[in-house]
Design a protein. Structure first.
Length: 422
């Protein structure tokens, strides 16, 4: 009989969040492998960034369902004059309302559509908490995926939230039938944090990657993007920034020095989806980069991918705090064939993935950043104003990674008689 999986994930189209592409690759592969797929997510009004209508393009299994209970954002929806009680953020901004609403919705749903297995996605803690409750109640295996570790392991918050998040992690480590991690570094963090659990024997690294399906949807030829000035060397960054973990300030200083020493070099640095850049405006003005650095509004993922393919070079900032993580964006960058500049420590997992590929520069100190950026721009000029190349990145296909997750779930459900469906 056909097997059924329940996927519990906060981020799901139309969300434009960082986890969406990983979750979608798994979702599509389960459907392609003949599973019935139910998704427990949130009402789209919960999302901070959304690409309206993107969910309409998704396939659904024949008898699959999407459950979207309301989830209110404490900071945005429940604050009074910008203030709220800190414990309302337990275990995250949406959990206070999403958890009870999700459990009510799913308890009714599983009476008719009992899954053979439950899967959930971090780093939103509520998703694992909800999945654990469901799996225990209906007594089915549970696979917990860690794209990123919980915040207390790399970006500590309040003592209360750190305690709550570790409590949830402890429940996951002990209850889940299997664990998947996006990097070996993430897996290693949990092995060290929970020495009493034999994590190695019930976990596997299922890396991030790029989806060839997404690239196949791009128009050919690509239309000229108004985002870039054809007479300038463009450096493009897609995604969020913050001073603690993805700090662009050292890049600004390095670029300012290069332009001052090479006044005839026309360069533009464009950040898309990183807000208006107000916290960096003072530094940009002080360095004389007002006409070099631009912050533009975010766009749906497909448009961002199109922009990646039209820039002269791509910037990724992954500071020391994220040494154990490799963002999915890196694999998309590699697939474009564009020059890549990484601001990341020498020992980072990000550099380890990218270091063997052509036209990839990495640096971390300001001196290294200046030397690396100078070398990249110089090579661009000496190579006829292009650094495009062809890279064999087939080993990083999301489709291949997703097949492995389906195999894991198939093994965990051997002997299942199939779901009860009406």
């Amino acid at each position: 009989m056909t097997k059924r999986i329940l996927m519990v994930a906060f981020e799901f189209p139309p969300s434009n969040g960082a986890s969406v592409q990983r979750i979608l690759s798994f979702y599509r592969q389960f459907i392609q492998s003949g599973w019935e797929v139910d998704v427990l997510t949130v009402d789209p009004r919960a999302y901070v960034n959304a690409a309206d209508g993107s969910e309409l393009e998704l396939p659904m299994s024949e008898n699959g369902h999407w459950l979207r209970p309301r989830a209110y954002d404490v900071q945005r929806d429940l604050a009074w004059r910008g203030k709220y009680i800190g414990t309302m953020m337990t275990p995250d901004r949406w959990g206070m309302t999403w958890i009870p609403n999700a459990l009510r919705a799913i308890n009714k749903h599983v009476k008719k559509h009992r899954p053979d297995i439950v899967w959930s996605s971090a780093p939103i803690p509520s998703a694992h908490f909800i999945a654990g409750k469901i799996a225990r109640k209906i007594d089915v295996p549970w696979v917990a995926d860690y794209r990123d570790p919980m915040p207390y392991l790399h970006r500590p918050q309040t003592k209360w939230l750190n305690w709550v998040h570790k409590k949830i992690d402890s429940m996951v480590m002990n209850q889940a039938a299997f664990l998947t991690y996006a990097t070996e570094g993430n897996q290693g963090l949990y092995v060290a944090e929970f020495p009493g659990v034999d994590i190695k024997t019930k976990s596997e690294v299922v890396e991030n990657g790029f989806s060839e399906l997404n690239f196949s949807k791009l128009p050919s030829p690509l239309p000229n993007s108004p985002l870039f000035n054809a007479s300038k060397f463009s450096i493009y960054y897609a995604g969020v920034l913050y001073s603690d973990g993805r700090n662009p300030a050292p890049v600004f200083r390095a670029l300012s020095n290069i332009i001052r020493q090479n006044p005839d070099w026309d360069v533009e640095l464009i950040f898309q989806g990183a807000g208006c850049g107000s916290e960096f405006l003072g530094s940009i003005t002080e360095l004389g980069l007002e006409h070099v650095v631009k912050f533009v509004d975010g766009v749906p993922f497909e448009q961002a991918l199109c922009n990646m393919c039209q820039a002269d070079s791509l910037l990724l900032i992954q500071d020391e705090k994220f040494n154990n993580q490799v963002p999915g964006k890196l694999y998309e960058y590699l697939r474009t064939g564009k020059a890549i500049f990484l601001k990341t420590p020498a020992e980072s997992a990000t550099k380890n993935v990218a270091k063997s590929y052509e036209n990839v520069w990495d640096a971390y100190s300001e001196e290294e950043l200046q030397a690396g950026l100078y070398d990249m721009i110089s090579k661009y000029k000496s190579c006829g104003n292009t650094l495009d190349c062809t890279r064999d990145v087939s080993e990083h296909s999301r489709e291949g990674k997703a097949i492995r997750l389906v195999e894991i779930c198939d093994t965990l459900t051997i002997g299942s008689e199939g779901p009860v469906s009406q």
